[in-house]
Design a protein around this ligand. Structure first.
Ligand code: PMP
Length: 366
């Protein structure tokens, strides 16, 4: 027997979406951007290649300056990390002692639950209503015990966006509220973070961002936290000295400094998203109006696994997601659906053509 910590031995572990390494797939399962990053990223990385023999800047000063300018805060408010997933890990390690409560809406990003388990925290699901709204009464009882409340906004898998007014009601009185804004750049309305900092609990609000989605840099691994300097100072004590490498810091800074490129790609994705939602509804799917670069679709037949598998046999990957216990479902018959990343127009047309033909066959089979 390995002397593993018991909670790790019994952990299933978070399973990310499939990443086939061979070409030929239409990949609509892990919310990557179908468009390339700004050409300035490559130039910056090429320049940084000349400095690989020395350690990177442990604080990522140049990157922090770019992020700070963009968001209208001081650079002391920014902490870069190896993807926003690393920011989440740092938050757990910084704020949560064994037995303390980590809460998150459910269904949402399943990694939160895994991170809470690894840390030895008590993971608590805050059940959302079927229209993806918050059940205030259900939250009220637990909030006083919450150390860390993690909220993806836009949410995953649903893609809906909650307004600040709604979420600010849930700042835990003795904990911190983390707004995971991995997909925020895809929303129709631009984001102004300043009202958050002006809120009476503003010093206990943390926003996380990533360059994986809107900046087309999932392979580079760079994300960051935005929070009051005293929060950032605590996170710095916990992070590895060199948690971000020289290439990602250089590429990430260049990407942030080319906002026109990022915004242009988001606009194209929004246009394709509208078309995808409309067409899925014509195919009788229920689709949550999305503010992200994916849509959540459920079909009245309930045959999501069949649809997923048949698409996969045609080399199209979407994400089949199951949430046991959500909306009154059971472990045997969990609530499920398909999360479909918004690809290029050509990819989405291909998906829709294949989906239509599969649905016709499913419709005529017993
Ligand atoms: N938050 C949410 C809600 C996500 O879906 C993802 C992507 N899986 C992340 C954070 C992490 O993204 P990254 O580590 O690439 O920044």
């Amino acid at each position: 027997m390995l002397p593993t910590r018991p909670r790790i031995a019994s952990l299933t572990g978070y399973v990310p979406g499939e990443q086939p390494q061979e070409p030929g797939w239409t990949k609509l399962n892990t919310n990557e951007n179908p468009y390339p990053p700004s050409p300035r990223v490559r130039e910056a990385i090429e320049r940084a290649l000349g400095r690989l023999a020395i350690y990177p800047d442990p604080l990522g000063t140049a990157f922090r300056r770019a992020a700070a300018e963009l968001l209208g805060v001081d650079p002391d408010w920014i902490l870069p990390a190896n993807g926003s997933d690393e920011v989440l890990t740092l938050l757990l390690r910084t704020f949560v002692d064994p037995g303390e409560v980590v809460a998150y809406p459910y269904p949402s990003y399943i990694l939160y639950e895994t991170l809470a388990e690894i840390q030895g925290g008590e993971g608590v699901r805050l059940p959302l209503r079927e229209d993806w709204s918050w059940d205030k009464a259900a939250c009220a009882a637990i909030l006083p015990r919450v150390k860390l409340l993690l909220v993806p906004n836009p949410n995953s898998p649903s893609g809906n966006l909650w307004d600040d007014e709604t979420l600010l009601q849930f700042v835990p009185p003795k904990g911190v509220l983390v707004l995971d804004e991995a997909y925020r750049d895809f929303a129709d309305a631009p984001r102004d973070l300043r009202p958050l900092w002006d809120h009476p609990a503003g010093r206990r609000i943390i926003v996380t961002r990533t360059l994986s989605k809107s900046y087309s840099l999932a392979g580079l691994r760079l994300g960051f936290a935005v929070a009051a300097p005293e929060v950032i100072a605590e996170l710095r004590k916990v992070k590895d000295s060199y948690n971000c490498d020289a290439l990602s810091l250089a590429g990430g800074e260049a990407a942030l400094r080319d906002q026109d490129w990022m915004r242009g790609n988001c606009e194209r994705i929004r246009a394709t998203r509208r078309r995808l939602e409309e067409r899925l509804r014509q195919l009788e799917f229920s689709v949550v109006p999305s503010q992200a670069n994916f849509v959540w679709a459920t079909h009245p037949s309930g045959r999501h696994r069949d649809l997923y598998e048949q698409l996969k046999s045609r080399r199209i990957l979407v994400r089949l997601m199951r949430f046991s216990g959500a909306f009154g479902s059971t472990a045997e018959t969990p609530y499920d659906g398909l999360r479909i990343t918004v690809g290029t127009d050509a990819e989405i047309d291909h998906l829709l053509r294949e989906l239509e033909s599969i649905l016709q066959r499913i419709g005529s089979s017993p």
